[in-house]
Design a protein around this ligand. Structure first.
Ligand code: NAP
Ligand code: HSE
Length: 429
């Protein structure tokens, strides 16, 4: 029987998921590929002695060149993560005639353009569906199924770890630190979970999605990023009072020939399609000029869910190999649109501050907002001990630079003891 031979770079959460899925659905794949068999022939790891379930030890190697320079291998799947080795191995594998599948958003958001161009140059397909939102087929949906539209907005919960943490903070009143360990044990978090909780992982993914949606290469360095480390249980409780939740969102908008692209924790009304997407689930809400809006929801991390995307890419490459015609169209970024600075974007904002509890405090704060063209939507005030009060204010939609100057002015008021947090808030959708 004809075989398509696969080299797996990495055998951790995703690598083992890929191995398991190929075994689980082997009988479904055979007729799809007209009898061609998919076979993993080598797997790169760091540590040959680690326990890896039923994966035969004989498949493992610590020598990457047994895969990337192996003439019998057709497809290389990169799931080692990181950028240094992964980039080197992928570029080398392309030059050595391998098609590539990667789940590596870190790499695609920083070096994606070069990798896709090298794929084009050598006539090799590069697929990276698993790099964004795990099991959700978001890249192929935007690239192929919605290609008839101009996408105008992409807004997503695209980091499973932070969604898991925020969900537990809301449901159980637990602190961030106490939930993070659980997310690590479940295999959701990155090797260094700082990139999850500081928003970098989501920033990489929204850079990839914005590039595809707007046909303009957006790099990680183009994305404005804030993580969830400053969110406290107090913010969670106030969000509930506003009939809202807090989600870490990746947002990309195309407006008047310019792009906005950012990641930050955002208050979302409970009626928003993304508001009840909880735990490790991811979701991407899209707006386009023909379909209107749609939302895709699915598991954003974990072995089998991520393998679902990797193996779907593998099947589509296998079909291309079987047909014998390689139509390589890896990169679709042909526009040169301006990327707006965060100061020039607009949002609703949530301010939480501790103030002196006496007369005229509210009016001084309202004046500071008004001086900077920031209008107030609603206010909650709570008495604290020792002559203090906590004030929570939601603004109307205003320019970020006006919010920043209002914040500076308020920070300098003698009646304001501390601004505890400022968050973005989405009201219209
Ligand atoms: P992981 O569990 O840490 O596994 C990494 C694997 O790669 C391990 O088997 C490790 O070997 C091997 N490895 C790492 N560096 C290596 C090197 N230089 N040489 C040889 N072997 C090396 O990582 P993962 O969670 O599977 O993630 C893999 C990739 O998928 C990352 O890019 C990640 O961002 C992405 N991703 C992950 C998820 C998820 O849910 N985990 C979802 C979507 C995308 P040892 O086992 O011997 O240590
Ligand atoms: N650490 C990532 C997350 C894995 O939590 O979403 C999936 O990319």
């Amino acid at each position: 029987m004809k075989k398509i031979k696969i080299g797996l770079l990495g055998c951790g959460t995703v690598g083992q998921g890929v191995y398991e899925l190929l075994k689980l659905n082997k009988n479904k794949y055979l007729p799809l590929l007209e009898g061609t068999e998919l076979e993993i022939v080598k797997i790169l790891v760091n540590d040959l002695k680690k326990e890896r379930g039923d994966i035969p030890v004989g498949l493992l190697t610590t020598n990457p060149y047994e895969i990337i320079h192996n003439e019998e291998i057709d497809v290389v799947i990169e799931v080692i993560g990181g950028t240094t080795n992964a980039e080197e191995y992928i570029l080398d594998a392309i030059k050595n005639g391998k098609h590539i599948i990667t789940a590596n958003k870190d790499l695609m958001a920083t070096k994606g353009q070069n990798i896709l161009e090298q794929g084009n140059k050598y006539g090799k397909v590069v697929r990276y569906e698993a790099s964004v939102a795990g099991a959700i087929p978001i890249i192929s949906t935007i690239k192929e199924d919605l290609v008839s539209n101009q996408i105008t907005k992409v807004m997503g919960i695209i980091n499973g770890t932070t969604n898991f943490i925020l969900t537990k903070m809301f449901a159980e009143g637990r602190s961030l630190d106490s939930v993070l360990k659980e997310a690590q044990d479940l295999g959701y978090a990155e090797a260094d979970p700082t990139s999850d909780i500081e928003g970098l992982d989501a920033a990489r993914k929204i850079a990839i999605l914005a590039s595809i949606a707007f046909n303009r290469r957006v790099k990680l360095s183009d994305v404005y990023v804030e993580g969830i480390t400053k969110i406290s249980v107090d913010d969670v409780n106030y969000a509930k009072q506003f009939k809202s939740t807090i989600k870490l969102l990746g947002i990309a908008i195309l407006k008047e020939n310019a792009i906005e692209v950012r990641v930050y924790p955002t208050l979302l009304p409970l009626t928003h399609p993304l508001a009840n997407v909880d735990d490790v689930y991811n979701a991407v809400y899209l707006e386009g000029n023909a379909f209107g809006d749609l939302t895709l929801i699915g598991k954003g991390a974990g072995g089998l869910p991520t393998a679902s995307a990797v193996v779907s890419d593998l099947l589509s490459i296998a079909k291309i190999i079987n047909k014998g015609s390689i139509e390589v169209e890896n990169c679709s970024c042909y526009l040169d649109l301006e990327i707006k600075k965060i100061e020039d974007t607009s949002s609703h904002y949530y301010f939480r501050m501790v103030v002196v509890d006496k007369t005229r405090v509210l009016s001084k704060i309202a004046d500071a907002f008004a001086d900077n063209f920031v209008s107030i939507d609603s206010v909650i005030q709570k008495k604290l001990p020792d002559g203090k009060a906590e004030l929570v204010i939601l603004t109307d939609r205003v320019l970020n630079k006006n919010m920043q100057s209002a914040r500076e002015q308020i920070e300098n008021l003698d009646v304001v003891l501390e601004i505890k947090s400022v968050l973005n808030s989405e009201k219209e959708y």
